[in-house]
Design a protein around this ligand. Structure first.
Ligand SMILES: [Zn+2]
Length: 400
């Protein structure tokens, strides 16, 4: 394992300066696109404001407090994310041990869960009630109780209102950091209580340096992943996993079938997604990912199906945006999917920009539909039909 990636160092430093000057606020909102380093920055701030020797620990965490922070065991630092009410203690500790090893690890339930208020008597670990209880108790070891809420736009209404009271009158020695990639999804009353810190997407070279440092992957791969991820660190990190490779192979195969007018292949894919059957390469990748994963009950299968469909849509979008780039930018085009240049050139030659735009919108609609819990099989079948239709139309237009 290489060096650590400690978020956006300029923002961390700004917080440390504020803290030193006794000018640190109590409630912040980190807003920026997915994978722009919000969470790592928040965790790094939490670590260093609670460390007694930050000048030593900044570069290389050495003290007990810092080590506890990095393993999500610091008694004065709490991180929560959207999670199902049924989440168990062993799932929580599994999540923490995975996040400690891979800062960009995200369990599949996050995308389809909300931050819940929690049961009054037994609030689960990732609920607003347990976070409020945590904040009301004075710091044990550290100097500043720090609460971080990931995907704060997924705070359910009751949870948001309970949290609002805390934001209105936070206890002394607390720091609350909300993270969001969708600022408009927060209640205006919550927004108005927070100081907003904006995060820009990471630059391509920053991102590939980060991937190289975090995962010990070859420079060429790091650069290719960064390029394909367009500034999204979480996505770039996921490209190294077998699942992402298999997903790309699947998307490429689907697009090829659509381009060749083999509509049956796309219908089969829709069926497969609906039934939760996965193509061979993908099945092996899924198997590998599941080996050390704790089962998350009955809801898990649906969550996985949904995640797979969402990932397929995202992968298709990647191919479409590259095809669009190739079709419209000519010589100035720099491929994002360098390994698939031949396929993308071939696709671009057979398409019109209007047709491609139509397809991109159709895939985005499908992705939203899955997010809103529509029937996955139906959404995908409709999508593939639309894509296939647009391909035919462009074929007539381009004569390719
Ligand atoms: Zn330390």
């Amino acid at each position: 394992m290489g060096e650590r990636f400690a978020g956006r160092t300029e923002i961390v430093q700004r917080f440390l300066d504020l803290r030193r000057d006794d000018a640190l606020g109590q409630s912040y909102l980190f807003a920026g696109p997915e994978g722009s380093g919000k969470e790592l920055t928040a965790l790094e701030i939490a670590r260093l404001v609670n460390c007694r020797q930050p000048e030593i620990c900044a570069a290389a965490p050495a003290c007990e407090s810092c080590l506890k922070t990095l393993s999500f065991q610091h008694p004065d630092i709490r991180w929560i994310c959207p999670a199902p009410a049924s989440i168990t203690d062993s799932e929580v500790s599994d999540l923490f041990s995975r996040k400690r090893d891979d800062p960009f690890y995200q369990p599949s339930f996050v995308a389809s869960s909300e931050v819940l208020i929690g049961d009054p008597d037994r609030p689960g670990a990732f609920t607003v009630r347990s976070l409020l209880q945590f904040l009301r108790v004075r710091p044990f070891q550290g100097a500043l109780k720090t609460a971080i809420v990931a995907d704060a736009h997924r705070l359910r209404a009751g949870a948001a209102n309970a949290f609002l009271k805390m934001l209105e009158e936070p206890p002394a020695d607390t720091l609350i950091i909300l993270l969001t990639s969708l600022r408009g999804g927060l209640l205006p009353t919550i927004l108005s209580r927070c100081q907003v810190v904006n995060f820009d997407p990471l630059a391509e070279d920053e991102l590939s340096a980060m991937l190289g440092a975090l995962y010990d992957i070859p420079v060429d791969d790091a650069q290719a992943f960064s390029r394909a991820a367009a500034g999204n660190a979480r996505r770039a990190a996921s490209y190294r996993l077998p699942m992402a490779r298999a997903m790309r192979a699947w998307a490429a195969q689907l697009l090829q079938s659509l381009a060749d007018g083999r509509r049956g292949a796309a219908q089969v894919a829709a069926e497969q997604i609906h039934k939760g059957i996965v193509p061979d390469g993908l099945a092996e990748a899924a198997e590998a990912a599941a080996v050390s994963r704790v089962r998350i009950g009955q809801a898990k299968e649906l969550t996985e199906k949904r995640e797979r469909a969402i990932r397929l849509c995202e992968t298709l979008l990647l191919y479409y945006s590259d095809t669009m780039g190739c079709a419209t930018r000519g010589e100035g085009w720099r491929p994002r999917l360098a390994e698939d240049v031949a396929l993308i050139r071939d696709l671009a030659a057979r398409r019109t920009p209007t047709g491609l735009l139509h397809d991109i919108e159709a895939v985005e609609r499908a992705r939203e539909g899955i997010d809103r819990n529509l029937n996955i099989g139906l959404v995908m079948a409709v999508l593939f039909q639309e894509l296939s239709h647009a391909f035919q139309k462009d074929r007539a237009a381009t004569g390719a």
